[in-house]
Design a protein around this ligand. Structure first.
Ligand SMILES: Nc1ncnc2c1ncn2[C@@H]1O[C@H](COP(=O)(O)OP(=O)(O)OP(=O)(O)O)[C@@H](O)[C@H]1O
Length: 303
């Protein structure tokens, strides 16, 4: 169990993390989401004792990381996949870590196999692609067979097959009863992976809930209508208080009225409908909507 309580980190005038509180439970994949610069990496670094909080606490199973004393056997983490000695081979890198953490040598072969790097184990890391480095970072996190796993943007650089693999891996690790906490700035990466979401913006908590509850917060419900009588129907819908936009030939998008009400109106006025479909906001849309105020860099904004 990860517990973050009133956690704050200030860098000079920048308040990177501001009074953040949440818990991450075992047996689930929890996505840690927020736009760029929201404070995800800073929070993960404080959990791992790499940054000191300005105030508040970040604990793992009730203790600060540095007081756990069991290192890789308790918490495995992927922070920055580029942060490895590039002159070494993958096997040498993992062997050195296994030795310094008192882990058996066989774990090196097991994790290399697990992440699909067994065939390139003796190659220099310097020649690895970003995706291979991510796999090595994941292997490092798994080395101590820990009950708690933290991954910072693990999907970066992975090809589609790699993305599927990593999703299945996270699901399996959670099913084994581990605590799996995965950061991303893209909701699409978490949509089919996470059970719960901790969403932050500008260092503050926006949501801490199940994926379904989060999706239900999106308010952009709309109805698509196709009819040969767009002008007549649009007029009728407007008098009912709906907001109507025409998407081109025979096609309208309507907000403010249900599909059932639109169908009734069309029926009463003998208007033919070719399509009537409710559009439920996606998880991605809910995320964009709820974090809109926290986005640091917006495309198309004047400088
Ligand atoms: N060492 C530092 N010194 C000064 N400011 C920092 C430092 N580290 C982070 N920040 C600032 O703190 C804020 C949060 O950064 P952080 O890297 O934690 O965000 P993030 O959510 O991980 O973003 P990203 O998705 O871009 O990695 C940003 O405004 C960043 O510029």
């Amino acid at each position: 169990m990860i517990e973050v309580n009133e956690l704050t980190k200030r860098y000079g005038s920048v308040l990177a993390v501001n009074g953040l509180s949440f818990t991450v439970r075992p047996g689930l994949v929890t996505g840690f989401l927020g736009p760029n610069g929201a404070g995800k990496s800073t929070t993960l670094r404080m959990l791992l004792g790499l940054n000191t909080p300005t105030s508040g606490t970040a604990t793992i199973d009730g203790k600060r990381f540095r007081d756990l004393g069991t290192g890789l056997r308790h918490v495995g983490a992927l922070l920055d996949a580029g942060d490895v000695h590039s002159g070494r081979s993958a096997a040498a890198h993992l062997s050195a870590l296994a030795r310094s953490n008192g882990l058996p040598r066989r774990r090196v072969d097991e994790v290399l196999q697990e992440v699909g790097l067994a065939d390139v184990a003796r190659r220099r890391i310097g020649g690895f692609s970003l995706g291979m480095r991510q796999r090595l970072g994941i292997a490092t996190a798994l080395l101590g067979d820990p009950p708690v796993l933290l991954f910072d943007e693990p999907i970066n650089g992975l090809d589609p097959e790699g993305v599927l693999w990593v999703r299945r891996l996270f699901r399996r690790l959670a099913a084994e009863g581990r605590t799996v906490f995965v950061s991303s700035h893209l909701m699409s990466e978490m949509e089919n992976t996470a059970d719960r979401l901790v969403v932050i913006g500008r260092g503050e908590l926006i949501a801490d809930e199940g994926v379904t509850e989060f999706a239900a917060r999106g308010t952009n419900f709309s109805v698509s209508v196709r009819t040969p009588d767009t002008a007549v129907l649009a007029g009728l819908l407007a008098t009912e208080g709906a907001e109507v936009t025409s998407d081109g030939y025979e096609s309208l998008t309507v907000t403010g009225l249900t599909a059932a009400r639109i169908g009734e109106l069309a029926f009463h006025h003998r208007l033919m409908l070719h399509e009537l479909a409710t559009h439920t906001p996606s998880l991605e849309e809910a995320f964009m909507e709820l974090t809109a105020d926290s986005v640091e860099y917006l495309a198309g904004q004047p400088q």
